[in-house]
Write a protein that binds this ligand. Structure first.
Ligand SMILES: O=C(O)c1cc(=O)[nH]c(=O)n1[C@@H]1O[C@H](COP(=O)(O)O)[C@@H](O)[C@H]1O
Length: 236
């Protein structure tokens, strides 16, 4: 099995197509992937995904679907038919929702789209969980949702890099762990709570690092990405 060297996913969190494509133009599709999230997709629609694909990028469509099983499954089908590399749902939508999404994905001819589930957002900490009635440590809830996601037949989860090691003890080795909340040592934390540096995340066993503002809001995004690449290259 070939080793996947494209471990960084750059989050193109921009308000318009022009800025997103200008950033993408500076990136090498042989060395990273890109993520289209709610802001960019709501502004631009599927055309932005197709434009990035035509530049050679594999796209993670991060719309975090969370709805009744039928609606979620059809949305996952639409993403797969767009040919995205990865799409996500919220694991808290439950087993029936995730199984319906997986079953629908299996019906899409020739699809290689990876279906993953968000566990607990990396912007949340214990006190946030308490406010929504979950009196539990984030790690425990992440473990519970990751196990449920695996049983539901999905390909992996989104979690914080802090949870990667404990999750590796309870899930299959090929179950993908996708980790946002990545912050180089000198970067602003912003609204993220459960964070880790790029090298620590890879060392812990993350498969993919989702990185937005430390690259996109840097004075020189390309220099910032090059520093992250240099930090990671001895490790991958
Ligand atoms: O699913 C995601 O990608 C995601 C899940 C999560 O728990 N936390 C999280 O930050 N994300 C996304 O990852 C990106 C992180 O961006 P930065 O905080 O700017 O690096 C954003 O586009 C978020 O929408």
């Amino acid at each position: 099995m070939s080793v996947d060297k494209k471990r960084v996913i750059v989050a193109l969190d921009y308000p318009d197509q022009q800025q997103a494509l200008a950033m993408a133009k500076q990136l090498d599709p042989q060395r990273c992937r890109v993520k289209v999230g709610k802001e960019l997709f709501t502004r631009c629609g599927p055309g932005i995904v197709e434009a990035l694909q035509s530049q050679g990028f594999e796209v993670f469509l991060d719309l975090k679907f969370h709805d009744i099983p039928n609606t979620t499954a059809k949305a996952v089908r639409a993403a797969a038919e767009l040919g995205v590399w990865m799409v996500n749902v919220h694991a808290s939508g439950g087993r029936k929702m995730m199984e319906a999404a997986r079953n629908e994905l299996e019906q899409v001819n020739g699809s290689n789209t990876l279906l993953i589930a968000v566990t607990i957002l990396t912007s949340m900490e214990r006190s946030d969980l308490q406010e929504i009635g979950l009196d539990i440590d984030p790690l425990e809830q992440v473990k519970r949702l990751a196990a449920l996601t695996e049983r539901s037949g999905l390909h992996g989860v989104v979690c914080s890099a802090q949870e990667v090691k404990p999750l590796r003890d309870i899930i299959a080795p090929d179950f993908k762990l996708v980790t946002p909340g990545i912050r180089p040592a000198d970067a602003d934390v912003g609204d993220q709570k459960r964070i880790m540096t790029p090298s620590d995340a890879i060392t812990a066993g993350s498969d993919y690092l989702v990185i937005g503002r430390p690259i996109t809001k840097a004075d020189s995004p390309i220099e910032s990405l090059a520093r992250i690449d240099a930090e990671l290259s001895p490790l991958i």
